[in-house]
Write a protein that binds this ligand. Structure first.
Ligand SMILES: Nc1ncnc2c1ncn2[C@@H]1O[C@H](COP(=O)(O)OP(=O)(O)OP(=O)(O)O)[C@@H](O)[C@H]1O
Ligand SMILES: [Mg+2]
Length: 164
């Protein structure tokens, strides 16, 4: 399946895109949760997109970057979102001490920045999001990596191509 690309001119559009994506992702049936890797250089917009996704699921508080805590949790009515930033992880083994396995269950949606730092201990993603700089704007590419990821992409393509 081909990747889905979207040009994102500014931060507000990035948040709205995240909200749409989350409305879809949270309704996909799954036994082991939905795992999304967010890739992109420093300041590309991984946390901004995550914020849009988390608030899109109804969380109205502040979404902090998990830079120092490694993970921030959001327990909503039907789903729990775990937002990781593994930039400061010095060894993937640290994920074992965090009890990483407990984060992946049918009700969880895991958003993971700097997933490469947890290589070997993280489960594979359902969906990979690559964010690239286009001058002051961004390009967001969605790449499916599982059956659930393909479903998300298909629905996303439908939503974006139909007038809102
Ligand atoms: N189109 C855009 N989408 C998202 N952010 C944008 C856009 N244009 C400008 N920005 C700005 O880029 C910055 C993105 O910061 P953000 O913390 O989301 O990046 P990050 O990828 O999480 O970085 P880090 O690797 O440090 O965690 C913000 O200051 C935001 O205002
Ligand atoms: Mg970030």
């Amino acid at each position: 399946m081909e990747a889905f690309n979207q040009y994102i001119p500014d931060e507000i559009t990035m948040c709205r895109f995240g909200a749409k994506l989350m409305q879809i992702a949270s309704n996909i049936p799954t036994d082991n949760g939905i795992i999304i890797y967010l890739n992109g250089d420093l300041g590309a917009g991984k946390t901004t997109l995550s914020r849009g996704m988390i608030q899109g699921l109804g969380y109205s508080g502040k979404v902090k970057s998990p830079t120092y805590t490694l993970v921030e949790e959001y327990h909503l009515t039907e789903k729990s979102i775990y937002h990781f930033d593994l930039y400061r992880l010095s060894d993937p083994e640290e994920l074992e001490f965090m009890g990483i396995r407990d984060y992946f269950n049918a009700q969880s949606i895991c958003l993971i920045e700097w997933s490469e730092k947890g290589r070997g201990l993280l489960p594979p993603a359902d969906l990979i999001i690559n964010i690239d700089y286009v001058d002051d704007a961004r390009n967001v590419a969605l790449l499916p990596n599982s059956r659930e990821g393909k479903q998300i992409l298909q629905l996303m393509k439908q939503i974006i191509s139909s007038p809102s």
